[in-house]
Design a protein around this ligand. Structure first.
Ligand code: PXP
Length: 238
């Protein structure tokens, strides 16, 4: 069965807009779990623009909630992540000026660093995933570096679909990567820019086990409520 991970960074963004405590990401994490999601995704950014260290620590210590912590390869962030021990880690690229994670990791240029970080998390029995572009070479290298999973960046597909452009080439790339990854023993996840339509398109790829979705869920919740939107996504992906 395909799983839904809900990224709640945008709840922290809303809280931070006032510099106060509401809406509280810890309460939202519990609410998301009780609404049927399989896991919570949070990104502890180097600039702490949304989730902060205290949020991450508290969310990772809630009983019965699986937490997927996104981190860059920054040594300080890696150290914090090893200390707070989430259930899952997803290593992502981070650029200072980006609004959101713009693409997958540059695996080729960071092989040694990634291999070292992955082995440190795996020693603590933390499932580790690499956020990659839909590239066959990156899939092979992810396996070589010891990752348990890959998360395929779906941002390009999502923007092609939204702008009503031809997306068949991008979809085929994602599909080929998913098939290869599963065959060589990597679990396949997908995320970035997904909405109902793109989640439905990608749900047809059997090899994808997990979707991580954030911005659209939180935005759509303003109209229909968080529980309803989560339930809609669960129905779509399963
Ligand atoms: N997966 C990863 C690895 C991400 O970095 C993000 C964005 O933070 C998401 C999923 C969720 O993307 P979106 O908010 O566009 O749904």
């Amino acid at each position: 069965m395909k799983r839904l991970g809900v990224n709640i960074d945008h709840v922290a963004t809303l809280r931070n807009a006032r510099g106060e405590t509401h809406p509280d990401p810890v309460s939202i994490a519990k609410f998301v779990k009780n609404s049927g999601a399989d896991s919570i995704t949070i990104h502890l950014r180097e600039d702490r623009r949304h989730i902060n260290d205290n949020d991450a620590k508290k969310i990772c210590s809630i009983n019965g909630i699986l937490v997927n912590l996104e981190i860059s390869t920054n040594p300080d962030i890696v150290k914090i992540a090893l200390k707070i021990k989430p259930n899952f880690i997803c290593i992502v690229p981070e650029n200072r000026k980006e609004v959101t994670t713009e693409g997958g990791l540059n695996i080729l240029n960071n092989k040694k660093k990634l291999k070292n970080i992955i082995s440190r998390f795996k020693k603590k029995k933390i499932r580790t995933s690499l956020f990659i572009n839909p590239s066959i070479l990156d899939v092979r290298n992810s396996k070589f570096l010891g990752a348990d999973c890959i998360e395929i960046h779906t941002g390009k597909l999502a923007s092609l679909v939204k702008s009503k452009k031809n997306y068949s080439n991008e979809l085929s790339k994602i599909k080929k990567c998913a098939i290869l990854a599963k065959r060589i023993g990597l679990e396949v996840h997908a995320g970035h820019g997904l909405d109902y339509k793109t989640a439905k398109i990608l749900s047809k790829i059997n090899q994808i086990k997990e979707f991580n979705i954030g911005h659209y869920i939180i935005g759509e919740s303003i109209f229909f409520g968080l529980k309803k939107v989560i339930k809609n996504f669960i129905k779509i992906i399963r």
